[in-house]
Write a protein that binds this ligand. Sequence first.
Ligand code: AMP
Length: 176
Amino acid sequence: MAVFCGARDGVDPDHARAATAVGRTLAERGITVVYGGGGTGLMGAVANGALAAGGTVVGVIPEALIGPELAHPDLAELHVVSNMAERKAMMADLADVFIALPGGAGTLEEIVEQWSWAMLDYHSKPVGFLDVKGYWSPMRELVAHMRGEGFLSDRGAAMIRFESSLDPLLSALEDV
Ligand code: AMP
């Protein structure tokens, strides 16, 4: 499963707690975590949560970000790629499901790309937002707005799921 999330912690410490718990739960379920390979922010929290629970974590990081995003030293695999496009392509290949935790522009770009690819039938992998403490509610509103304004099909809107906790999100994604 690919997890996209912020390279920062955010203001509310509950976001890092939730990210750590996601990593731990995925590890306990035997699900390999594919992520951006960084050690900072929620990215680092997911990886550390999974590693502490004995999970397998695979990172994919562009060479230029090894320093700024503090490439994680303890991963099962760390793929160093030349640029962001290669990172996203490799993460897309390695993962069977994509989820986004709270994050910034990078997170949004990565998850929306996967959603748009699903709509274009480039892949049929499920895409979900973990809506921790309502962080993604503006995104939900945007999706409803796109739909209402006729720029998004019902099929496209149904291709992303929002849930406030991990178990319901994983269940919802199994039905996609
Ligand atoms: P952010 O959500 O902005 O904290 O970024 C989270 C991750 O997304 C970081 O690993 C960034 O390197 C990555 N990222 C930033 N910009 C992009 C982009 N245009 N496409 C894909 N990933 C990005």
